[in-house]
Design a protein around this ligand. Structure first.
Ligand SMILES: NC(=O)c1ccc[n+]([C@@H]2O[C@H](COP(=O)([O-])OP(=O)(O)OC[C@H]3O[C@@H](n4cnc5c(N)ncnc54)[C@H](OP(=O)(O)O)[C@@H]3O)[C@@H](O)[C@H]2O)c1
Length: 323
């Protein structure tokens, strides 16, 4: 497993993290094929394979995800760091303090390693939220402050609102098909040593190559994802073929190469969601792959040719409505 520094903290974090949005999401989210047992096994397998950060959030599974992560870390102790998130409707001063207390209880720990603002909330002044975050650091409830889904402008304002701490990371969607962070965010974050924590690095499973135009996923989460139209599933086939070719060279799967593309970028780590031990092990094993600059260039070229457009969004509407 390769490791990178978290912000300027001196903390070493694995290039692949385990994402747990899937935990406790039940039939509403990612399907019914797994439960708490499989989720716990996913955590243990990840940590055995060198993953040292688990990402969760107070809203995942209505708190169930944090509870499962808490059960697992009881066994694992300080081998693993916990990253969780405060929801955008809890960003007043008291809201943050109380939400953090509830997360600590569900997780069964005294300190959260990385506490992130899940989404910005334009109705609540960021200065108020950040005052609460700094209070949590001072009182030892959290160690590091992160944000998520913040634009460059929002990130700069959030940093300016802090007096004694700095932001160590911004968690945003980033994968071979969705590369928006490259425009402004990534260059700034590299310069300022703020990590980009890439969520949906497998485009919710699409970049594992297992879904095709004749075998689309059926669950609600992906039904509303514009990448899962039959037309788009056909369009990305050349990119999947190249991922497969590179996989053969590295003895790796399509998804592992897609993850390696993410963390090949300076300052980036991939938060890969998993529902069971097998997926978790497979994702963690990607953490050893180092793609060459020629391979990156080839993948970048193919990915630019397959950028999703307005057509994908329009074609998602009937699928959201259940047609
Ligand atoms: N901050 C935010 O707003 C935000 C938003 C989204 C996600 N996140 C975080 O990022 C994490 C990852 O994002 P994500 O879950 O959206 O997408 P992802 O990691 O790109 O995809 C996860 C899905 O891909 C499939 N999969 C994973 N590993 C696989 C493997 N090795 N082989 C085959 N299939 C595999 C699984 O679904 P199937 O088995 O059903 O195909 C899994 O649920 C989340 O768990 C969460 O922690 C954060």
């Amino acid at each position: 497993m390769l490791y990178k520094e978290l912000g300027r903290t001196g903390e070493r974090v694995s290039v692949v993290w385990l994402g747990t949005w899937q935990f406790g999401s039940g039939s509403w989210g990612f399907g019914k094929s797994y439960g708490e047992k499989e989720c716990l096994e996913a955590v243990y397998a990840s940590v055995e394979a060198g993953v040292n950060v688990i990402d969760t959030a107070e809203v995942y599974g209505g708190g169930v995800s944090e509870k499962i992560v808490g059960k697992a870390v009881k066994e694992l102790g300080d081998r693993v760091l916990i990253a969780t998130k405060v929801a955008p409707h809890h960003l007043t001063y008291n809201g943050v303090i109380e939400a953090c207390e509830r997360s600590l209880n569900r997780l069964g720990v005294k300190t959260i390693d990385l506490y992130q603002i899940h989404f910005p909330n334009p109705l609540i002044p960021i200065t108020q939220t950040m005052r609460a975050m700094e209070h949590l650091v001072k009182t030892g409830k959290i160690r590091y402050i992160g944000v998520s889904n913040f634009s460059l402008g929002q990130l700069i304002k959030a940093r300016q609102a802090l007096k004694s701490e700095d932001i160590v990371s911004n968690q945003v969607r980033y994968n071979l098909l969705q590369r928006q962070p490259e425009n402004h965010l990534l260059p700034y974050c590299i310069r300022e040593k703020i990590n980009i924590l890439a969520y949906s690095p497998l485009a919710q499973g699409l970049l594992t190559g297992k879904y095709t135009s004749t075998n689309p996923p059926r669950d609600i989460i992906r039904r509303i994802n514009p990448l899962y139209t039959r037309r788009y599933l056909r369009r990305i086939e050349p990119l999947l073929t190249e991922l497969r070719n590179l996989g053969e060279k590295y003895g790796a799967s399509v998804g592992q190469v897609a993850l390696a593309w993410v963390f090949a970028h300076e300052g980036c780590v991939a938060i890969a969601g998993a529902k069971n031990r097998e997926q978790a092990l497979n994702n963690a094993a990607a953490g050893n792959i180092q793609l060459t600059s020629d391979e990156m260039e080839k993948l970048n070229k193919l990915s630019m040719q397959t950028r999703p457009g307005a057509m994908e969004i329009i074609q998602t509407i009937p699928r959201i409505l259940g047609f």
